[in-house]
Design a binder for this molecule. Sequence first.
Ligand SMILES: Cc1cc2nc3c(=O)[nH]c(=O)nc-3n(C[C@H](O)[C@H](O)[C@H](O)COP(=O)(O)OP(=O)(O)OC[C@H]3O[C@@H](n4cnc5c(N)ncnc54)[C@H](O)[C@@H]3O)c2cc1C
Length: 486
Amino acid sequence: MTHTRSSKSSIMSFSFKSDSSHRSIRSATTASSGASITPSILGPKSSSPFKVVIVGAGVGGLVMALCLERAGIDYVVLERAQQLPVPKSMIQLSANTLRALEQLGLLDEILAISKPVASVRLRKQNMTVVGEMDGKWTKERYGYHICLAPRSEFCQIILSHLPPHKVQWGRYVLDIVNGNGGVQCRCANGQVEQGDILVGADGAHSAVRQNLYRSLREKNMLPKPDMEPLKFTLNAIMGLTDPMDLEQFPNAGAQFCDVDIIVGKDAYFTIWITSAPGNRFIWSVGGEILTPEGSNDTNFKQSEFGPEGIDAACALIQDLPIPGGGTMADMLQNTKKDCLTKIMVEEKHYTTWYHGRTVLVGEACHKFVPFSGQGAEQAILDVVCLVNLLFRVRDNPSHGDFCTAFENYVFQRSPVAKDAVATSGAMSHLMNSQGFAADFKRKVVFNLPEFIRLASYDKISVRPLLDFLPPIEDRGYKKSKAVKEK
Ligand SMILES: Cc1cc2nc3c(=O)[nH]c(=O)nc-3n(C[C@H](O)[C@H](O)[C@H](O)COP(=O)(O)OP(=O)(O)OC[C@H]3O[C@@H](n4cnc5c(N)ncnc54)[C@H](O)[C@@H]3O)c2cc1C
């Protein structure tokens, strides 16, 4: 069977069954019934037992591709963009994901493009420090610093480890057919890609999720919470500057970055600003300051900034103060227009993560507010869990084998992601609220006794590994927790 076909006919007219041509001769460690036996032999399978179609070449999709590559499982990635976007946003990576990324052989390259976080400081509009959370201790405790890396540069590293023909650019997935024998998806260019399972790694406004939910809704199988849209809270604008003049902005060149959060008093705004790798700054401004009077309607909230919108938004924020004595104008003057992004601060945890042969990862099933530093982290954690379970699926897998793997995946990941979405949303709300009560709560949060802060970090410190690759020593003195399986 060939997996790629060009066709203009309706995708619904295809009938197909599970492919036997790519069944493998598995090692003696093969699990006989789905997903409960840990393989004892490391390394990739000798031939692929099935094929995975991945939609989306973002962080989740590309890390998924690399994990499958190393596992010896066949895959293809379909991405709507023609190429990676210019770097204009950052992702945060912590010990939770860096350990598996080290297993994949990426750690040195990632550290070379990223900056470790020293602290997060909360300031008033007059720059007085309300509280500070130190972050340098994470290396000793969990084995790695928390790092900020440019999203596109991170994706470029992963791409450089993949065979180029495995990632197909300019493939806008429109439809999926999700049968008991396999999946197909149709791209805008007419290409139809076929596989045994489909992974929707296509972000917050996932076409895969929308397709899946449409068909579940028609069958009255979609839970009510999944019918509701993403919860919108506010508009924000974000930018990544060019390399800065270090005489004027010495902080830009610091080895570690300090994240400053400035909460407005005269106007309702919250600024996040920190130095970024390459002597740059990454910044964002969010809040009511960006919502002009009378525009508090859904259309405004949902719309993208056009060129005039960007100029208007920049005018609204340019006089806001930043640490070091300057204003946002200093950042805007050094930020190219195509390195500015409008962000709609949205969040949601979906309850339906799979159906049939289709499964969701990353922002397609849990959308985080952008300042949480959780979007990329949680997407990678999804992928590590899912690939471990797929690695254990036996040769010549039945529909039930995939369902068992997906069920276990949701069991392991969904509650964790749900908590993370809720915590991130609550923190974002706190940082973007005004008034005495909000000031008081922020002061408390940023000045918690150390033992409480450490206990809350320990609770979420998991650092999972890929079962089929040689393990990486747990270097933190606080050992990682075992994964609970179904
Ligand atoms: C351009 C961009 C900028 C971002 N900036 C920030 C930020 O500043 N801060 C932050 O916290 N998070 C940001 N995010 C989100 C953050 O990167 C994600 O949380 C994290 O990368 C994990 O998301 P993901 O892999 O699930 O999806 P994403 O990283 O969103 O990737 C999804 C991919 O799927 C592709 N895609 C979507 N629909 C289709 C389709 N129908 N067919 C084919 N391909 C499709 C998209 O083009 C994209 O490449 C950004 C995402 C993107 C795409």
